[in-house]
Design a protein around this ligand. Structure first.
Ligand code: UDX
Length: 436
């Protein structure tokens, strides 16, 4: 099928490359001319496992191309995906004007019977709004607007797109559902479930899923506080809880708190959308508060470990908001860095994937060598669960530090190993190892 993808961010580019790999004819476009040029040369603007290969294969096969305008991309397309970003105006307050503007432009250039698919995470009612905008722009155009939210995780985006847990199509008309069934035919044939619903339910389901994942994490982080106070081990508690299939083990890892581009914002968006509709979803405010508390707890552990922060160097191991990505948007490590720096610490960070340029202009020096980062540091704080950290030579780290202490914001390391290596060790929600 002929597909256009408007917006080549994480969701749009992965969607376009995945659909091209399934044999569809995909044309992508983006407001940034630089990005379009890069993509045309086969360069992905962010790291995602497997993406470079799909991009190269699509370009070589001619099933994937990138053009500079919505009009060119949409001409002749049977399905148009709207994947434009919503720059955050304030926390959780995502501007939808990029979505509105692209809907108008798509309407002007689209052919009859086009199906417009909203992939961006949007409040319930947005697809209906888009439909109205398009109708105003082109009263003569025959089209359908549907919501098909994307649940992909960074670092697993290709797999999540090609082999999702579920496909969701929220549509008001049968024909649009059949068009999307045709588009996703090979995935459906391989057993992926497609859930048909109305657009508002589809839209709300995306916000609800992310808010619920965040709620699970905050629950685990509150349990970490109780575990610390009671002498229990949060890892044991969540393992036992997770063995119950009604609960499940995923998203119960306590630590420095959740970050990223989606969870922190979507939880606020759902709370605000609910408030606007007249419902006080107070639980969600608490989830955000507990997430801040999780970061506070890690900052307090650093203080407990090294006493005065002023004048001391703290090495952060991991800047990315989670392992497997170079994305630092909403990364807890950056917030911790700012906090420690404001209290007078010098902050140095090591991350196996994040380049110094990506970390922004915060008060941190970013290095690619963990031993260089630890040199002169009084404390190492594990902020991302990178497996590379497990391979480090503890003796060498101890030798270059001014004080052998590690705060483990991801419960990644083994307390006994650290104790044997002569470190004081401070994990989250479980017993610390103090130096004798
Ligand atoms: C999330 C959703 O999972 C995905 O479905 C949606 O499409 C986009 O948002 P992503 O932002 O890639 O995906 O990250 P995710 O894997 O969900 O992790 C979010 C944050 O939670 C990370 O900072 C991670 O380290 C943290 N986390 C996750 C925990 O602190 N504990 C856990 O148990 C799980």
């Amino acid at each position: 099928m002929k597909v256009a993808v408007v917006g080549t961010g994480h969701v749009g580019l992965v969607t376009g490359c995945a659909l091209a790999s399934l044999g569809h004819d995909v044309v992508g476009t983006d407001a940034s001319a630089d990005k379009v040029a890069m993509l045309g040369r086969g360069e992905a603007p962010f790291h995602e496992p497997g993406l470079d290969d799909l991009l190269a294969a699509g370009l070589a096969a001619g099933t994937l191309s990138f053009v500079g305008s919505i009009a060119e991309a949409v001409a002749g397309a049977e399905v148009v995906f709207v994947c434009v970003g919503r720059p955050p105006v304030g926390l959780g307050d995502r501007s939808l004007s990029a979505v509105e503007d692209s809907a108008r432009e798509i309407a002007r250039a689209a052919a009859d019977d086009v199906v417009l698919v909203v992939k961006s995470t949007v409040p319930p009612g947005t697809t209906a709004r888009i439909e109205k905008v398009m109708r105003l722009e082109r009263p003569d155009l025959r089209f359908s607007a549907v919501s098909s939210p994307e649940f992909l995780r960074e670092g697993h985006a290709i797999d999540d797109t090609l082999r999702p847990d579920r496909l969701v199509v929220g549509a008001g008309d049968r024909r649009a559902i059949e068009v999307l069934r045709g588009l996703y035919a090979s995935m459906i044939a391989s057993g992926v479930r497609l859930i048909e619903t109305d657009p508002r339910t589809a839209e709300l389901s995306k916000l609800a899923s992310n808010a619920f994942l965040a709620t699970k994490i905050s629950f685990a982080n509150s349990l970490a506080r109780v575990s610390e106070l009671s002498g229990a081990d949060v890892e044991g508690v969540t393992e036992i809880m997770g063995a119950d299939p009604r609960i499940g083990p995923a998203f119960l890892r306590a630590g420095i708190g959740f970050g990223g581009y989606c969870l922190p914002k979507d939880i606020v968006t759902l709370e605000r959308v609910s408030a606007k509709l007249g419902y006080d979803f107070a639980m969600l405010r608490e989830v955000s508060r507990v997430n801040e508390e999780a970061l506070d707890a890690v900052a307090r552990k650093v203080e407990e470990a090294i006493w005065n922060l002023e004048g001391k160097t703290v090495a952060l191991f991991g800047l990315a908001f989670k392992a497997g990505t170079d994305d630092v948007r909403g990364a807890p490590a950056l917030e911790l860095a700012a906090r420690l720096a404001s209290e007078g610490s010098e902050v140095v960070a090591y991350d196996p994937m994040v380049e110094a340029a990506h970390a922004g202009h915060g008060p941190i020096e970013v290095v690619r060598d963990p031993y260089a980062a630890a040199t002169g540091a009084a404390c190492i704080v594990v902020c991302t669960e990178w497996p590379q950290i497990l391979e480090l030579d503890l003796g060498r780290l101890k030798d270059v530090m001014t004080q052998p202490s590690i705060v483990d914001g991801r419960n990644l390391l083994d307390a006994e190993v650290l104790a044997r290596a002569g470190f004081s060790y401070h994990p989250v929600g479980r017993a610390s190892v103090e130096l004798a």
